[in-house]
Design a protein around this ligand. Sequence first.
Ligand code: B12
Length: 328
Amino acid sequence: MEQSRLSAAQLGITAAAIAGDTGSLYRMAAALLDEGVPFETVLFEALLLSERDVGLRWQAGDYLVSEEHAATASLETVISLLAGSFDQPREGSQIVVATTQGDHHSLPARAVAAHLLFLGYRTTFLGANVLASDLRDYLESEPPDAVVLSCAMTVHLLGARDAVRECHAVDVPVLVGGKAFGAEGIWARDVGADGWVLEAKDVAARLQSWTPDPRRAEAGAKNPDEILERVIDQRSAVLADAEGRLDHSLSQPKGTRWREELLMTQRAVEASLLVEDVTLLSEFLQWQAQTLDAHGLTGHTEAVASLSQALQALVPEVGNWIGRALDG
Ligand code: B12
């Protein structure tokens, strides 16, 4: 299919998505399929690319959060409708697809599950924010050939490590993907993944070619050391201490937004300590500063300083970690 036709279709799909017009969006996707456009192309180069565009344009301030929500909900509904039109095969490889605990970014994983089902895999999609213990319970009853684990944000990497550990405990290999694993998937090995894939559309090909060894992957994985365990134990005390310090340093009342930002920063500190890579925290702090600035919120420096001082006071061993990340 010529690229111009596909780009035109994608523009129409994005417009319908932003308008929350799921019916038109579905009809556009169905029309492409009727024209003989491969399912993968409709899924990854029309529907998912629209989401990526919406995400980037929201980030640039062109779209409201509510418009991004409308678009995501419409695209997710249409992908579910298309997936619902494929019968679950009675036999063949069995794959469980899940989004990491704490992570609500389920759309890419839903698209991966739809694609695998289309290709004839017995596929189960467990949705967003799947607790590692729940994932284990699900696998224990009928261990699948593999788990595909999605994670969009580095702040959820400890959750990804927990999920991989639980999968390996029942000898199920894990293929991971999503922005959380860093460029080139540098942090995938640290969470014990048996494989990493950059693009959602390439999962099926990797499942065909990989030779996972869960025991070897688990042996190479990182686990929280004694100091990180203490940081995790002290989470609420550190947060309360940091909030107290922030109250004194901010001129205007801080509101709940700062609590969310402090919580996310704490998780980024923990994730960077798990993978023993301060650049993870540097990248997070840079993104946070830019995003808060784009949203007209001042006080990022004070917030980061208050968290750094709270860590210094309660877990002195990591007191300079934020400082090192800021030095970049
Ligand atoms: C939609 C969305 C949401 C929706 C998700 C709804 C849903 N059902 O999925 C909702 C509203 C829930 C949400 C919430 C939040 N979000 Co959000 N979200 C997005 C958004 C706009 C699009 C994500 C998406 O699906 N993109 C489409 C995919 C296809 O594109 P992609 O990620 O580039 O994926 C490609 C590859 O990475 C890879 N890939 C991606 N996932 C996977 C998975 C597998 C298995 C594989 C193999 C490959 C793979 O393949 C894809 C295409 O080929 C992004 C912005 C963006 N630019 O991506 C922000 C974004 C991810 N969100 C962000 C944030 C901060 C949040 C919130 C904290 C906001 C808040 N303050 O509440 C919350 C956190 C909720 C939580 N606990 O997870 C930040 C994360 C930044 C960071 N530091 O990591 C982003 C980047 C926005 C931004 N620029 O600031 N979000």
